[in-house]
Write a protein that binds this ligand. Structure first.
Ligand code: MEV
Length: 443
């Protein structure tokens, strides 16, 4: 691979051809393959190209739904975009299971988001603090135009505080804003406000008569929203009498509930297990976040920070067994949007919202949290009963068969065979090779 300058200025096909020459021994086939994934409608393709930079083609991911997701009495089929096998199946199975036991309940506990201007100022906190009401007023005035539409929709800047951070670094202060962004994720809105606060701070400080020369020049380090949104919190839960859990193969409901509780306790205390446990939760959540055009990196980062909020990384789900009632829940901060960003641009995201009945941001938070809970219930159920490999390997088998381009007849035969044999890549290869050699021998 060679260094190149001006790559971004090349046309799409020039970018592709350059890369093909650099990376592939068969440049023509390389270009043909990548262009074969272009959308047939040029306008749609142009839109995809413009989501990002140096776009060459589209990367396909499976898009499916988990049906029978009953949340607060309303039934949803939830769109999920995920490449991992068994995730949609597990979510669907858990959703069906709970739909027969009252479904998921969910509520949004709070919806505010935070943004910070980090700055260095060489004076005493008290001196800045006495002037802060004046500064706050100017910041609100100077952002009035930016916040106008948001305020009309019921959102805006809900508080602005000066935070003393000098215990961390001499002269380090923050302006901490809280924001309500209604149905938008609000990143652009918050960041625009913050940059205006920073500009106002500098302009205002320069004109303070009782400030020293140095105090008139605060040094803004950065202005950026926080993806940690513990006050943008949703809770989802399921509950039923232990006896109503029913039997899991041979396992009676009491044993199941007992083992389930132990599994959650382990994930609350052991970071190795907690990480895998929460990864399973995000299997469900990320899939919904992707299908609805939201920012899964932000949601994950926030979820993992929240999982460590008391200093120990813990399971995001909890369970209780009181008075014979099995209750299983998740509390999760999530900043989601149903307007703005990709939500009106990506054709499949628009379809996702259609499938979900056009939820608002709070409803989407409840749907995503319920899917996370469903996923976790499905995973823990498998882990404490049959183990996960049984289900996983069934799906994995299909992937391996696809890899070897098995015919429908071979697939059917192989699925039957592996009901009684251990699935592995080499076992599938050997089986197919055996059949194919036999089939090619003259009779
Ligand atoms: C696999 O993607 C997710 C699980 O490992 C989650 C878990 O262990 O809880 C099955």
């Amino acid at each position: 691979m060679q260094l190149i300058s001006g790559y971004s200025k090349l046309s799409k096909i020039q970018k592709l051809e350059w890369l093909a020459q650099q990376a592939s021994e068969q440049p023509t086939a390389f270009v043909d393959e990548l262009t074969s994934y272009w959308h047939r409608d040029q306008a749609v393709q142009k839109r995809f190209d413009e989501f990002s930079e140096n776009t060459l083609t589209n990367f396909y991911m499976p898009y499916g739904v988990a049906p029978n997701v009953l949340i607060n009495g309303e039934l949803y089929a939830v769109p999920m975009v995920i490449e991992e096998s068994s995730v949609v199946a597990a979510a669907s199975q858990a959703a069906k299971f709970w739909s027969e036991r009252g479904g998921f309940k969910a509520k949004v506990l709070s919806t505010s988001k935070i943004g910070q201007v980090h700055f260095i100022w060489p004076g005493e906190y008290a001196k800045l603090y006495v002037h802060f009401d004046d500064l706050r007023e100017r910041m609100l005035d100077n952002t009035a135009l930016v916040t106008k539409n948001m305020r009309a929709r019921g959102g805006g800047i809900t508080s602005l505080d000066l935070v003393d951070m000098t215990h961390i670094e001499p002269g380090y202060y923050q302006i901490r804003g809280t924001f309500e962004t209604v149905d938008s994720m609000g990143a652009n809105f918050i960041n625009t406000c913050l940059e205006e606060f920073a500009r106002t701070l500098k302009e205002w400080a320069a004109r303070q008569p009782d400030f020293s020369e140095a105090e008139r020049q605060p040094m803004v380090i950065m202005s950026i929203l926080s993806n940690y949104t513990p006050q943008c919190l949703v809770r989802a839960w399921v509950e039923c009498p232990v006896a109503d859990l029913g039997h899991f193969d041979d396992m009676p409901p009491e044993t199941f509930a007992w083992k389930f509780q132990k599994a959650i306790t382990i994930a609350r205390h052991d970071v190795y297990r907690a990480t895998t446990h929460n990864k399973g939760i995000f299997n469900g959540i990320d899939a919904v976040i992707l299908a609805t055009g939201n920012d899964f990196r932000a949601v994950e980062a926030c979820g993992h920070a929240y999982a460590s909020r008391d200093g120990q990384y813990r399971s995001l789900t909890q369970v209780s067994l009181e008075d014979g009632i099995f209750k299983f829940w998740i509390d999760l901060p999530m900043a989601l949007g149903t307007v703005g960003g990709l939500t009106q641009l990506h054709p499949l995201v628009k379809r996702s919202f259609e499938i979900l009945g056009h939820p608002n941001a709070q409803q989407l938070m409840m749907i995503a949290a319920s899917l996370g809970l469903a996923q976790n219930f499905g995973a823990v159920r498998s882990l404490i009963t049959s183990g996960i490999q049984k289900g996983h390997m069934k799906m994995h088998l299909l992937n391996i068969l696809n890899h070897f381009e098995a015919t429908p007849a071979e697939t059917e035969r192989a699925v039957e065979h592996f009901k009684h044999h251990v699935v592995s890549f080499s076992a599938v290869r050997e089986l197919l090779e055996g059949w194919r050699v036999t089939a090619s021998k003259p009779a």
